[in-house]
Write a protein that binds this ligand. Structure first.
Ligand SMILES: NC(=O)C1=CN([C@@H]2O[C@H](COP(=O)(O)OP(=O)(O)OC[C@H]3O[C@@H](n4cnc5c(N)ncnc54)[C@H](O)[C@@H]3O)[C@@H](O)[C@H]2O)C=CC1
Ligand SMILES: NCCCC(=O)O
Length: 200
């Protein structure tokens, strides 16, 4: 059974800071076990999405991309591993929140958190592997031409994730996006967002 722990009150996290939604709307959080309203989450609208997209575009081009999108995979991997370590450190707290938020048994929530940390580690490995694959030559039948493969992030990505594995499914999208050097805008499920808002 989940412990009674405080439900964090959160705003939208945009451009590195917590911001109230433009239209100031909130959505109640219902604990599925007791059907009690235990808090609320911010309700983003199109106005907030515009702000998030602008911020994400700026983040990608900051310092001519050197800060993130064109940084090495090894550089990005350090952040992914740091996230994995923080998740493991806070496993108990996060598992309890997930159980309160989406109603799954605590034991399953604990497995999910281990999976989340493992997923960030997995994509950290892939990010490191990217560096060796950059500019891999492609053989051509003509000697006058050279060709190579350049792996680049696609840019800003929008990630819509479900309620049933709140942080794990967010991680399945966030970790590869970050490993590739994208800037991600995450829209977790309105039915189970506490846990995701708490962590990210
Ligand atoms: N549910 C799962 O176990 C898994 C889901 N996924 C992926 O996660 C994503 C969501 O999964 P579902 O199972 O559909 O979850 P779901 O039914 O919980 O989520 C649907 C979400 O989409 C949102 N949504 C629907 N239309 C929207 C729109 N026009 N604009 C913004 N948000 C909108 C809803 O608000 C809701 O939060 C999909 O990409 C799916 O492939 C991947 C693996 C497993
Ligand atoms: N449909 C989500 C599956 C999650 C998992 O394999 O752990």
């Amino acid at each position: 059974m989940a412990m009674a722990i405080p439900i964090p009150s959160r705003q939208l996290f945009i451009n590195g800071e917590w911001r109230e939604p433009v239209l100031k709307k909130r959505i109640p959080i219902v604990n599925p076990t007791t059907e009690e309203i235990v808090g609320d989450i911010p309700a983003a609208t199109a106005e907030d999405v515009e702000l998030a997209v602008d911020a994400a575009r700026q983040a990608l081009s900051r310092n001519k991309g050197k800060d993130w999108s064109s940084a090495s995979g090894a550089f990005r991997a350090k952040y992914l591993r740091a996230i994995a370590a923080k998740i493991t450190e806070r496993k108990s707290e996060l598992a309890n929140l997930e159980t309160i938020d989406c109603g799954k048994p605590l034991e399953e929530a604990v497995w999910d958190i281990d999976d989340v940390a493992g997923c960030f580690e997995y994509y950290a490995d892939l990010a490191e592997g990217l560096d060796a694959k950059q500019k891999a030559p492609v053989s051509l039948p003509m000697e006058n031409f050279k060709s190579y493969v350049l792996k680049e992030p696609i840019g800003v990505v929008g990630l819509i994730t479900p309620w049933n594995y709140p942080l794990l499914m967010a991680t399945w999208k966030v970790a590869p996006a970050l490993a590739a050097g994208c800037a991600a805008i995450l829209k977790p499920s309105e039915l189970a967002s506490v846990y995701v808002l708490k962590f990210y």
